[in-house]
Design a protein around this ligand. Sequence first.
Ligand code: F6P
Length: 544
Amino acid sequence: MALRSQSPTHTEAWKNLKNCFDKDKDTSILSFFNMEKDRVGSLSIEMDNLYFDFSKNRFSQQSFDQLIGLARELNLDDAIDKYFSGDNINQTEERAVLHTALRSGKDEAKVNDQSIYPLVRDTLNNIRSFSNAIYNGERTGYTGRAITDVVNIGIGGSDLGPQMVVESLQFYSQNVTSHFISNVDGDLIASKLEKLNPETTLFIVVSKSFTTQETLMNANSARNWFLEHSSLEHLKKHFVAVSANKEKVKEFGIETFFPMWDWVGGRFSLWSAAGLSISCAIGMDNYEELLTGACKVDEHFRTAEYSKNVPVVLALIGIWYNNFFEAETEAIIPYTQYLQKLAPYLQQASMESNGKSIDRTGKRVDYQTGSIVWGEPGTNAQHAFFQLMHQGTKLIPSDFIGFTKPLYKNKAHHDILMANFFAQTEALMKGKTREQAYRELEEQGFPADKIEQLVSHKVFEGDNPSNTLLFEELTPNTLGMLIAIYEHKIFVQGVIWNIFSFDQWGVELGKELANTILSDFKGKGAAHDDSTQTLINRYMNISF
Ligand code: F6P
């Protein structure tokens, strides 16, 4: 059954939220703390080893209740049931959305009345045998040497998820070195290949469609490079594919094949065999821990009441800023360098899902949908763009993500890291008044005229909202939790915005035009606008 269609702006809750916004918009967060007795207790959630604090936000407890009311009025419960039970909620592609079934370990979900559990279980077993063999050095290359380097060739969801997880969990990796080739930029693949040894390199070509131009080009170049050093008969030892398109994989000449299914979207596919480079890098036990962490969040998401439900609350807070405060972006600031790739991963997960302007009835929406997601790890981010967050003209709600225990147990470093984490959320919220700034300049001995000149520049308006997600330690399990939290946040927002989150038609036009221009390079000559034609001409006049 399809998801119900209802415009959020036509609900009672939306009207109430508008009134709430009028009251809250000029109230400081600190005033909310003063007015509401147990604000931290009410606006925080303990979930397993996660402590989620959302009290540093620009809403009263009453407004928060209205946000919860919005989710209720829009029948979020019903949508969640449909999501987990395999209804075709990806309506424009007539597909179920069941990446959650890949980590449930239960024979629960059905597609076209057929249990998918046997498929999932068998594939997991195959992933286990394969990655164990790589990990233990039993699967060797054509000269009998163990595989030392695993190269994931894929793009979008067939790259960003696996790459983010492998980088985030490099503390747990052993035996093999992982590489990722996504961009069709020939300089990338050339620079990677030049450092690899064909005898000890395994290529995992990941493409759900197996028609993606960049991936096929890169896979072809990798194959040519391999064949320059070896021969066709050895290809099977060095190339495997993960795809939903078995025929195309066969045509390409790869024998070892792991399936993907149309009920797993590309950007949610790291839980499927698309995660093969993860299990090869960190071992199957750790990979399964990742699935277990995500599964824990799935259960939480399905059962916890909305006001204590981490993904639901995160989604509603995002809607509050996006639709009422008209914030355009949201920042993701992890306080660990390991999560450097989290923001790019979430950009695809969120922006490809909810960057839509047509609602579920086919009409253009008259409200804002998906926001711009970006970010960098702290403390580096503090020395890059925090100036704008503290004193710029834009409102940027942010999620701060941290871990109480460092992996290398270096307390001195971790104290500084975490002091900065907490200080930034405090500074963003509290700001600094003109009086405070004035007093400080006086104490520093500045003369009155200099103080007058400087003081405005030293003021921080404050009231910049943030959420804090504080986990115990960065493990495969906690990373699985974190990813699933954001996946469900994206789902909830799509339900509320009344859009289809699981298709991505917006990526097609650019692909079509790229193919036309590629034909132009070969002499076809399609009609273009003046600007594009001039660029094409300039490029074609260069010989290399
Ligand atoms: O960018 C569009 C997209 O279809 C993504 O959704 C997907 O993750 C990516 O391309 C790669 O697609 P494929 O796995 O089919 O190569």
